[in-house]
Ligand binder design. Structure first.
Ligand code: FES
Length: 107
């Protein structure tokens, strides 16, 4: 099962086995990882699942769909080139070891 590494603002890392096809957001919520609120439950309407994808992986992800791009314009924390909505990122075997960093805030 692929591993996703969630990095908190203070640098704390949590490594979680996330089944393929599961979103990075669900991998966090189902394992009680803080820092991702996911108020809309993953239907891409809240932007409270914002993460910064580690640069080593950012280019390996499919680009954001239009709706994700629009929501990223309204995230509460600083938007960076590696900003993504974690509910839109499906875990795959090719992404084993994916590292995502939590933003300062989701609100
Ligand atoms: Fe709401 Fe991702 S969980 S946009």
């Amino acid at each position: 099962m692929p591993i996703v590494v969630y990095v908190q603002k203070d640098g704390t890392e949590t490594r979680v086995d996330v089944p393929e096809g599961t979103s990075v957001m669900l991998g966090a919520v189902q394992n009680d990882i803080g820092g991702i609120e996911a108020e809309c439950g993953g239907c891409c309407s809240c932007a409270t699942c914002h993460v910064y994808v580690d640069e080593a992986f950012a280019a390996r992800l499919p680009p954001p769909e239009e709706i994700e791009g629009e929501l990223l314009s309204g995230v509460a924390a600083e938007r960076r080139p590696t900003s993504r909505l974690s509910c839109q990122l499906a875990v795959t075997a090719a992404l084993d070891g994916l590292v995502v960093h939590m933003p300062d805030t989701q609100y």
